[in-house]
Design a protein around this ligand. Structure first.
Ligand code: ZN
Length: 232
């Protein structure tokens, strides 16, 4: 019986902790932090959110999107990315930035620049490494689907769950940018239109499903402002 490889995430975690103190000290000086995340329904890819320690809340939003929100999306949303995640590098480094000079939401990188992941290591168990960046502030301000986003916003605008709605919307956007760039990684020849269509469909359907559920639960709560708007 072939031995199954040890789980990648704990192996990478202990590799990061066991590196020479000088390397970790330089990282500490640079304020570099790594948050390892896995999708709840698959062992790979392991996503390494590389971020500045100053903004742990942003890294946590990305982590929560992968660890929790992914499972809350309709099955067809997850199904649509099955092949992409299957073919994705075992390790995906996400450099989480506030902004990009070019103003894009994210890019895939041709080479891995994040130092601990730039060279192959035994701890990776032969897994390949891919890297991308995501510009958090840009994703936050992005109107992915201008009409839908605005229409939904007016429904939640007076409701007590508006903040919750905005956070959820942001996490679905982060997830769709991550999936979009991963799609580019596994199919470099796919056109931008094809890649964008799939990631926007994911976002649209995930959000619609969330709103449907929110409506269903809100009808049982005393949230007059929301109910009034919902019935108009
Ligand atoms: Zn693209």
């Amino acid at each position: 019986m072939p031995l199954s490889p040890p789980p990648l995430a704990p192996a990478v975690q202990s590799y990061l902790a066991s590196r020479p103190w000088a390397a970790r000290w330089l990282e500490w000086l640079a304020g570099r932090h790594y948050r390892l995340v896995v999708f709840p329904d698959r062992a790979r890819p392991v996503v390494v959110v590389a971020h500045r320690g100053r903004s742990p809340a942003r890294a946590e939003q990305v982590a929560r999107a992968i660890e929790r929100d992914w499972a809350e999306t309709p099955a067809r949303c997850r199904e649509a990315y099955k092949d992409v995640l299957e073919l994705a590098p075992g390790l995906i480094v996400v450099q989480l930035r506030r902004k990009n000079v070019c103003g894009c939401l994210g890019h895939r990188h041709m080479i891995v620049k994040e130092i601990p992941f730039a060279e192959p290591h035994d701890a990776f168990g032969g897994a390949s490494v891919g890297e991308m960046d995501i510009a958090f502030d840009r994703v936050e301000g992005w109107l992915a689907l201008p009409l839908t986003d605005t229409a939904l916003d007016t429904q939640f605008i007076a409701g007590s769950r508006r903040k919750e709605f905005h956070d959820q919307q942001l996490r679905f956007r982060l997830l769709s940018v991550l999936l979009h760039e991963t799609h580019h990684m596994v199919s470099p020849q796919a056109s931008e239109d094809v890649v964008r269509e799939r990631s926007l469909t994911f976002y649209r359907e995930a959000l619609a499903h969330y709103v449907e559920n929110a409506r269903a639960t809100l009808s049982f709560t005393i949230d007059r402002s929301f109910s009034r708007l919902g019935k108009e």
